[in-house]
Design a protein around this ligand. Structure first.
Ligand SMILES: Cc1ncc(COP(=O)(O)O)c(C=O)c1O
Ligand SMILES: [Zn+2]
Length: 445
């Protein structure tokens, strides 16, 4: 072959992959949530007039009154299923960055532990990098790639770092993740494997966020949760959209979910109001949004408790729920307003309560979550005890992160019985206590 190498022929098939339908986005503009100023769907991190947060607006008239099962039939079970309600993502990029629909699991045994009749768990622990952040990262990176960005990045407490690095691989873009120094390997190893560049910044998350902001301006990096924030937050809507579809468009009484920057909760509220606008769910009192922050970093929950409109940043977050250690929440005001408008609540359980909730969930339903999701279960228990959640309520909890992401936390690894050591030659099997046979499940055998 004359010394030259022969490259294998790789056919670009993403645009024509079966099941990837071209569904047009109904997004129209970016609008400031504070002053209403409107701009085109371009890369703007905040309102050019008042620096307020921007949200994508939609013209949903063509969907109004449509029948969801007609509209959605034949579509792939993935976030692209709801393309009308997402930013415009050109087909090759959205196909490459698509994510499969995650399960909504009935949880009768956890419901018993909580003292509630009906609980479902939206299980995002099964996403490729083990947290719901794969959703906003996929949407933002697809948008960045379509806009011709040459690099992407994020500021992260860990989960978004892995999700953005993975999405960057799918989009063939370099990735820079700005993180507080000292994050555990369980959070950074995926970034290394995906070939992302880790940029450690001394100080808490908010300082890493500021440095990422500078890098975005100086180096032209599309930082998903800063310069691409309006598109990033739209990705988080898909958790709610999938949940409502799985419930047959019959809304639950409450949705419990974690609060970090507040973006997931604000996105959930937008999803609900858009579904109401097109008539896929009834208008009228909707699900109460129950937001949860750990007690060592609870600026939104504290404002809620105080009946205040002011969110006071927490300078030095101290919590085992590292993913939620965001002292100055970027979407905090939107989240606070959405909680109040839904007649919901915000709450801040202690680390002990979070650990107990993680264990209860693991032992009742066999799902192992990280503390961010543990706070949600702990909050449900507390709000049930306080009477805010009623026994007869139908409740959904968003499980946003998998337990293996944070098994390093000493407080968490103390859970469980000590290992039994057996001699390989004369194993003393009397140490193994198996106990009685469990009752057969209804319908089994
Ligand atoms: C597992 C997990 N759950 C919840 C959140 C909070 O999400 P948001 O920042 O959108 O409020 C985060 C944020 O990092 C997270 O990693
Ligand atoms: Zn504005």
């Amino acid at each position: 072959m004359g010394g030259s190498t022969v490259e294998p022929v790789v056919r670009e098939s993403v645009g024509s992959a079966p099941g990837n339908l071209a569904i047009a986005s109904l997004a129209r503009t970016l609008r400031c949530v504070e002053c209403g100023h409107e701009t085109r769907l371009e890369v703007h991190q905040s309102c050019p007039a008042c620096l307020g947060p921007l949200a994508v607006t939609y013209d949903l008239s063509t969907l109004r009154g449509s029948v969801p099962s007609d509209r959605l039939s034949g579509r792939p079970r993935s976030i692209g299923r709801f393309a009308e309600l997402l930013p415009p993502l050109s087909l090759p990029w959205s196909a490459r960055l698509d994510l499969e629909t995650t399960p909504l699991r009935p949880a009768p045994r956890l419901a018993e532990w909580l003292g509630v009749e009906t609980v479902w768990l939206k299980d995002d622990t099964v996403l490729p990098t083990g947290s719901f952040k794969d959703r906003p990262a996929s949407v933002a990176v697809a948008f960045a790639a379509a806009q011709g960005h040459r690099a992407v990045g994020c500021a992260s407490t860990g989960n978004l770092a892995a999700a953005t690095a993975r999405a960057a691989v799918r989009a063939s873009l370099p990735c820079f993740v700005f993180v507080p120094a000292g994050l555990p390997d369980s959070k950074l190893d995926p970034v290394r494997q995906f070939g992302g560049q880790i940029v450690e910044v001394e100080g808490p998350y908010d300082v890493a966020n500021r440095v990422a902001n500078l890098a975005a301006e100086a180096a032209g990096i599309g930082v998903v949760n800063i310069t691409l924030r309006p598109y990033y937050t739209e990705g988080s809507k898909t958790l709610a959209l999938e949940t409502f579809e799985a419930l047959g468009w019959n809304p639950p009484d409450a949705i419990a979910l974690p609060l970090g920057s507040g973006a997931l909760l604000a996105a959930t509220e937008r999803a609900i109001s858009q579904l109401r606008e097109i008539g896929w769910i009834p208008s009228g009192p909707g699900p109460a949004l129950l937001g949860s922050q750990p007690d060592g970093c609870a600026p939104i929950a504290d404002a809620f408790d105080a009946g205040s409109d002011e969110i006071v940043p927490v300078e030095h977050p101290r919590t085992i729920a590292e993913s939620l250690a965001i002292g100055d929440p970027g979407s905090g005001y939107e989240a606070l307003r959405a909680i109040r408008a839904s007649r919901g609540a915000a709450d801040s359980p202690t680390s002990e309560e979070v650990i107990a909730a993680i264990r209860a969930l693991a032992r009742t339903e066999g799902i192992w979550v990280e503390p961010a999701a543990g706070t949600v279960i702990a909050t449900l228990r507390r709000l049930r005890e306080a009477g805010t959640v009623r026994r007869q309520d139908r409740v959904v909890a968003f499980l946003t992160g998998a337990g293996w992401k944070i098994s390093h936390a000493v407080a968490l690894s103390r859970v469980g019985s000590a290992p039994i050591h057996l001699d390989p030659v004369h194993p003393d099997l009397s140490q193994l206590h198996v106990g009685p046979r469990p009752e057969a499940l209804g319908g089994a055998e």
